[in-house]
Design a protein around this ligand. Structure first.
Ligand code: PEP
Ligand code: MG
Length: 573
């Protein structure tokens, strides 16, 4: 009988194949007292050498298959493996407590994992899974239970696993591995990101029910909607076969949009830009034909650094992006730190509600030196391209004018120093309801608006964007949000300014026609979504979409809006 499970859609596409359960060899490591500690230390040294060889091999394979950026994960693994601190602690434990190498390595690596898992910074948190990956490898070698080599799979399967480590994911051969499903994980876990790079369907965080399925039984996965069906019947298979064919046609059609401009069926023009986190993301920017950078989250530069990045370090990163973009607009956002984004080298004040506290522009207004350093780097870089500067979490007109003053002063200082400055625009992120309510006042001063819908939803519904228990209130389709967006766009147009959306709502297919109807000037999103949205926009009739806006803004609930937008999308595609 058919059985259906729902998980998190991690990588789109449909696959049907036999189950391959990845059950890892159980390592039952016990504490054993030993006499000859030197022997244990030698054993561990040999295991570390072997692990190093294995990781180097994986790195070479990943370089060929996934490219340099993804293969870099194995440099991180080597870093952990060769970390002198970890090694020293294990050696000391073996010596001092006279115990076996496996047990000592297990305990010390677990301590390291916990340390990282407790960190607030999501990037550092992710490192915990890397340490686990490396530690499992070393322990398997020590215990003589080698890890399965997934690159040897030679029949079509869908892998079901508790989780897939980066080294396991990099071994997958898409010719045979048609997809994977994991018990745990989220949209941004390493395995999910790699699945998207390999372009194989994947579902994560589905729960432990998957382990009840037998090896070799047939399953179907829909990575676009996060659905798994075990023992699909003929009717289901046919249904999904049609959906798959449809998706393939869409994908093929999407590719033809790469070098086209973004415009509606009746010729109304907009722009689709990309969101990036570092100059490394420029590859995707070019691959998917984006028309500018709508959001460069500069905080990643700060998060990846060991200390506050200097003016020159920032200048070089900004200049690189601006030069690459040529005349296309690059909007760089000033430091948006705090909330869930922390820094290794700076202790934030402990607050009851960090998302409502010392965050983003508030930090830089309080510590002006940080703002001045970044402003100097940005304005120096402005000579190399077409720059927009975007201020996060602005709540009042006073705050904006205060920052504007700082930029004016920095500009004068640089000119006095004989440094060339290009033209630049200074705008604000609209992500706090007070800026929506006073949008017509802000529009007098701000060169543009960029709506950060991720936060705007959070602050409009008073719903923590990280909370699971109240996630039902996180409603992008609610008329309250849609009315706010329309207010912002209209206010900007009244003053001949422009509006972008750079939050996740910009890449929601069903909302694209609505935003066309509202006259949104720029959609900004992860580069991989650009072609999907450009294609949809090309099917929309602007006049028709304006009527859709009127209809939708008169509705009361999120469900009502989503229903109308779903029907509309089905009609035009
Ligand atoms: C947003 O809030 O929508 C946004 C784009 O910023 P971030 O997700 O970085 O907070
Ligand atoms: Mg935000």
């Amino acid at each position: 009988m058919e059985k259906l499970l729902k998980g998190i859609a991690a990588s789109e596409g449909i696959a049907i194949a036999k189950v391959y359960k990845l059950e890892k060899a159980k390592l039952n490591i016990k504490k054993i007292l030993i006499n000859d500690f030197q022997k244990e230390i030698t054993k561990l040294e040999e295991a570390l050498i072997k692990a190093k060889e294995q990781i180097n091999n994986l790195k070479l394979k990943a370089l060929k298959k996934l490219g340099e950026e993804k293969a870099a994960i194995f440099d991180a693994h080597l870093g952990i493996l060769l970390d002198p601190e970890l090694k020293e602690q294990v050696f000391n434990m073996i010596k001092n407590e006279k115990i076996n190498a496996s047990y000592a390595f297990l305990i010390i690596s677990k301590n390291f994992q916990e340390l990282f898992a407790q960190m607030n910074d999501p990037y550092m948190k992710e490192r915990a899974s890397d340490i686990k990956d490396v530690s499992e490898r070393v322990l398997s070698i020590l215990e003589g239970k080698e890890i399965k080599d997934l690159s040897l799979i030679n029949q079509e399967v869908i892998i079901l696993a508790h989780d897939l480590t980066p080294s396991e994911t990099s071994q997958l051969n898409p010719k045979f591995v048609k997809g994977f499903v994991t018990e745990i994980g989220g949209k941004t876990s390493h395995s999910a990101i790699m699945a998207r790079t390999l372009q194989i369907p994947a579902i994560v965080g589905i729960g432990d029910e998957i382990f009840k399925f037998k090896d070799q039984s047939q399953i179907l996965i829909d990575g676009t909607d996060g659905i798994l069906i075990c023992h699909p019947d003929q009717k289901t298979k046919k249904l999904y076969q049609t959906k798959k064919e449809q998706e393939l046609i869409f994908k093929k059609e999407e590719k033809t949009f790469k070098n086209k401009s973004s415009q509606s069926k009746d010729g109304w023009k907009t722009k689709i830009a990309a969101n990036i986190g570092s100059p490394d993301d420029l590859v995707s920017y070019h691959n998917f034909g984006a028309e500018g950078i709508g959001l460069f989250r500069s905080e990643f530069l700060y998060m990846e650094s060991e200390n506050w990045p200097t003016e020159d370090e920032q200048f070089n990163a900004y200049k690189k992006v601006l030069q690459d973009l040529k005349s296309n607009l690059t909007v760089i956002r000033t430091l948006d730190i705090g909330g869930d984004k922390t820094l290794k080298y700076y202790q934030f004040p402990k607050e009851m509600n960090p998302f409502l506290g010392y965050r983003a522009i508030r930090v830089q207004l309080d510590q002006k030196k940080l703002l001045i350093t970044q402003a100097r780097a940005l304005l120096r870089a402005s000579a190399y391209g077409n720059l927009g500067i975007n201020l996060p979490m602005i709540a009042t007109v006073d705050e904006f004018l205060e920052v504007k003053e700082v930029f004016k002063k920095v500009e004068n200082d640089l000119k006095k120093e004989g440094i060339k400055i290009g033209k630049y625009q200074l705008g604000i992120m609209v992500e706090i309801p007070s800026t929506v309510i006073l949008a017509d006042k802000f529009a007098k001063y701000s060169d543009f608006f960029s709506i950060g819908t991720n936060d705007l939803i959070q602050y409009t519904f008073a719903v923590d964007r990280m909370s699971k228990s109240v996630s039902y209130l996180y409603q992008p389709f609610n008329p309250a949000i849609l009315k706010s967006i329309k207010t912002v766009i209209d206010s900007s147009h009244k003053y001949n300014k422009w509006t972008a959306i750079c939050g996740e709502m910009a890449s929601e297919e069903k909302l694209a026609p609505l935003f066309v109807g509202m006259g949104l000037d720029e959609f900004s999103m992860s580069a991989t979504s650009v072609l999907k949205i450009r294609r949809i926009i090309s099917k929309v009739d602007k006049k028709d979409a304006e009527k859709l806006v009127e209809k939708v803004l008169n509705l009361e609930t999120s469900q009502q809006v989503e229903k109308i937008l779903t029907d509309y999308l089905n009609k035009i595609l």
